[in-house]
Each structure stands twice: as structure tokens, then as C-alpha cells.
Design a protein around this ligand. Structure first.
Ligand code: ATP
Length: 410
């Protein structure tokens, strides 16, 4: 075949996919109307591996609007179109997403004065991919539904569990592929094919990661953090001496894996918190510059500065405790992990806050006749008593307030 070897995906794999009904519907559309549809990229890879994927990328040769309207007739969804790229996204309500591109027939000159050739944009699309295992397409057409189009030997690499680039300049052409590759290596448990690994290391040594635009780098870092095992991805990048090109540190902090897992367990969605942990041992100025270059919100910058302030602090003053009391729990947890000498004390503050200490609330103090700023001061005073272990219960707190009233009336 001009498209390489023919391989048919097993019916089993289609049947057990959460995309079964949608794939079936797309197949029916190709038989009813004059259109061809192919699934491409990571979706095909994951389907062959028997893993689920929330993204279905399809290329449609023919009326893309027809496909969109048929899908939204059947499944509740939202459509976003990107006319400048000729693409659309359908957001289904169970987190699934379909990315649709239109395929045109493209004419272009082959080098040498060979005649103009016709290539569908499906071919062009696959040619631009990062790794062979991502350069597979699967026909959703009625006549050869499930047939895999494998132009670059991706099927073999999939069985060998190897990541192989399509050409020698791949990492140089787009250095984000280095980061994508390491993510896939860890996530899929694959290895880089020997030559690809050599190219990857050369691209890193030659500083190509520096060429990634800041905005894109930030996106890539967030993608790493959203991997199932971000710690492993970062460890691998450290091992490959790639860290200093993308972060303001050469090495990950001490006990990084354990600390990050704690942060992820308690605050899985707070990715900026995870970033602060990763860069916690950066030089203060370098860290600040990096956060600013990548346009992190001011809040994150302040949090980094705070983290550096407490990093080597030896003792917490009453004033420190009172100001830590105003911080959100996620930040307190981070500080408890990064402050080398007073981490335990900061954790104590967090735990007491979670316990709902002080038991008396502002409202209770208002009922006792207090008003204004004194209320906040008294609550902080009560908190400190808990911190030093001087009170244990609500009754203890009430006693302290009564003593306070008596002393001020004197
Ligand atoms: P994930 O499970 O992380 O979403 P994916 O492989 O589906 O994996 P996407 O980021 O959704 O990743 O990208 C879709 C497809 O686009 C990939 O399969 C890959 O072939 C291709 N791709 C993405 N980024 C690049 C890149 N920088 N260079 C070449 N191809 C890329």
C-alpha cells in the first residue's frame, strides 16, 4: 500500500472504548454522506494501548459542518470554532473533547522538477508529528473502519515501547518535543529509541530548550504538573541536565518527591503551589526574575518572597505567628515544608486553624459587648494561647476574655 502496511485494530479495543458510540456515529456519517474521517495522533496511540483518552482528534475530508451538527444533535455539547485554522472543537459534557480539522487536497512541488503531487493534508498532518507512535491515523470510514495508517513505523515502535522522532532535526525544529517526550516516556513507561535519545541529549546540551518562547514554556510546565506522576517527569529532566533551562534551579529541592506528593494530595488543583515547591531552593533573585518572565500573577511572586523569608528563619515571633495566621492553608502547608527550622511550628498553626481554633468567633465577642478592631486582636490573642498550649477548650477561652474584661475595667 502507498500508505505503508495495513493493520486493523481489534474490535475488542473499539468495543471497550468510552468513545465507542461516537466512533460508530462517525462511521455511519461516512457511509451516508460523501465524506472521509480519520482519527489521528494520541487518540489512536492510546486506543491501541487500551488506555482511555479524553481527546479525540479527527480529520474530515468533506463537509465539516455536517459532522459537527450531527454530533451536537445526538450529544449535548458546546462548539468552539477557530476559522483561522479551519478547526473546531466539540466539548462534550463528560469532559470528552473532539478536535476536528478539515483536510484539503494540497498541491506542492517536490524537490527537483518532478511533477506536482497531490497529498491530502492528512499526510501533511502526520508528517509534522513529534514521535512515530503519535503519527498514526485510523480510518473511521465505513469501507475500512479501524484500519491503521502507519507511515513511519509507529505500530512497531508501539510494540517495542519506544519513542522515535520522525527525523533528525525534530527536537531542534521544536524543542518542546523534548519535554513532551519525557512526559510520554514517564507516563507510558516507554524508552527513547537509541538514536532519538542521542538527538535528545544533544539538543539539551546545546541549549535548545532556551529557545522555547516563555508563554509556551509556561504551558509545558503546567502540562508536566498535570501528569499522573509529575515528580518522576521532573526527576528525569533533572537527570538529563535539562532543569536549568526551564526552571531557575539546576536541582530539585531536598525530599522533593515526598513534599510534592503531600502538596498534591492536599491541594491537587493548586498548580502554582506545586511550582513554588519546585523552585523553593532557587536563588531569591533568580526565582523572582523567572516568575516575572513567565508572567505569574503578583500574588505568586509575593508567596515566593515569603517562602524565601521563612526558609532559614530560626524562631517564630508572636508577630510572625499573627501574620501567618492570616495566610490560606495551602500556603501554610507549603511553608511548613520549605521552612527548614520552623516547619513544624508552621504546620502547628495550620492544624490549629483547621481545628477551628479559637472556638470563640467574632460573633461571640460581639454578643459579649465588644466592637471594632479589638475583636480581631482578641481572637489572635486566643489563638496564640492555643499555640503555646495555654488553653484547650472554649471554657478556657471564655475565662481569658473575662479576665481581660476585668483587667480593663480596673
Ligand atoms: P496527551 O495525552 O498528553 O493529550 P497527546 O499525544 O494527545 O497526549 P496533545 O498535546 O493533545 O497530546 O497533542 C495531540 C497530538 O499532536 C499529539 O499526539 C502529537 O502527535 C501532536 N503534537 C503535539 N505537540 C506537538 C509538537 N510540539 N510537535 C509535533 N507534534 C505535536
Amino acid at each position: 500500500s502507498p500508505l505503508g502496511s495495513i493493520f486493523q485494530i481489534s474490535e475488542e479495543k473499539i468495543k471497550s472504548s468510552p468513545w465507542k458510540e461516537i466512533l460508530e456515529e462517525l462511521k455511519n456519517l461516512t457511509s451516508q454522506y460523501n465524506i472521509s474521517i480519520y482519527a489521528i495522533g494520541g487518540f489512536v496511540r492510546d486506543l491501541l494501548l487500551g488506555q482511555s483518552n479524553y481527546d479525540l482528534d479527527i480529520v474530515v475530508e468533506g463537509d465539516i459542518q455536517l459532522v459537527i451538527s450531527k454530533i451536537i444533535d445526538k450529544w449535548q455539547s458546546k462548539v468552539i470554532t477557530h476559522p483561522q485554522f479551519g478547526t473546531s472543537e466539540i466539548l462534550l459534557n463528560d469532559r470528552k473533547r473532539i478536535d476536528i480539522a478539515t483536510a484539503r487536497i494540497e498541491y506542492y512541488e517536490e524537490p527537483g522538477s518532478l511533477p506536482k503531487v497531490e497529498r491530502s493534508s492528512l499526510w501533511l498532518d502526520l508528517k509534522r508529528r513529534d514521535f512515530t507512535i503519535n503519527a498514526l491515523a485510523m480510518s473511521l470510514n465505513e469501507e475500512n473502519f479501524g484500519e491503521i495508517i502507519d507511515l513511519y513505523g509507529g505500530l512497531e515502535d508501539l510494540t517495542r515501547k519506544e519513542l522515535r522522532v520522525l527525523h533528525n532535526l525534530s527536537f531542534i525544529e521544536d524543542p518542546t518535543r523534548i519535554l513532551r517526550g519525557v512526559r510520554l516516556e514517564v507516563r507510558l513507561g516507554f524508552n527513547f529509541e537509541e538514536k532519538t535519545f542521542k538527538l535528545l541529549k544533544e539538543a539539551i546540551e546545546n541549549g535548545f530548550l532556551n529557545k522555547i518562547a516563555k508563554e509556551r514554556l509556561k504551558d509545558e510546565i503546567f502540562l508536566i504538573l498535570q501528569e499522573p506522576q509529575p515528580e518522576k517527569v521532573l526527576k528525569r529532566l533533572e537527570e538529563l541536565n535539562a532543569l536549568s533551562y526551564i526552571l531557575p534551579v539546576k536541582r530539585l529541592p531536598k525530599n522533593f518527591e515526598k513534599k510534592n506528593q503531600i502538596l498534591r494530595r492536599e491541594f491537587p488543583e493548586k498548580l502554582e503551589l506545586h511550582i513554588l515547591n519546585i523552585i523553593s531552593e532557587a536563588d531569591t533573585e533568580e526565582g523572582k526574575k523567572w516568575l516575572q518572565d513567565l508572567k505569574f500573577p503578583k500574588k505568586v511572586l509575593y508567596q515566593f518572597i515569603l517562602l524565601k523569608k521563612y526558609e532559614n528563619t530560626n524562631t517564630l515571633s508572636e508577630k510572625d505567628i499573627k501574620s501567618l495566621l492570616d495566610l490560606p492553608n495551602d500556603l501554610l502547608l507549603l511553608l511548613s515544608l520549605t521552612a527548614k527550622k520552623i516547619g513544624k511550628n508552621i504546620l502547628r498553626i495550620k492544624l490549629l486553624k483547621e481545628k477551628g481554633v479559637p472556638y470563640l468567633k467574632g460573633e461571640d465577642l460581639i454578643n459579649m459587648g465588644f466592637k471594632g478592631k479589638i475583636i480581631g486582636d482578641l481572637l489572635k490573642k486566643l489563638f496564640l494561647k492555643h499555640y503555646y498550649g495555654e488553653v484547650k477548650s472554649k471554657e478556657d477561652e471564655e475565662k481569658i476574655i473575662k479576665e481581660f474584661i476585668n483587667s480593663t475595667q480596673l
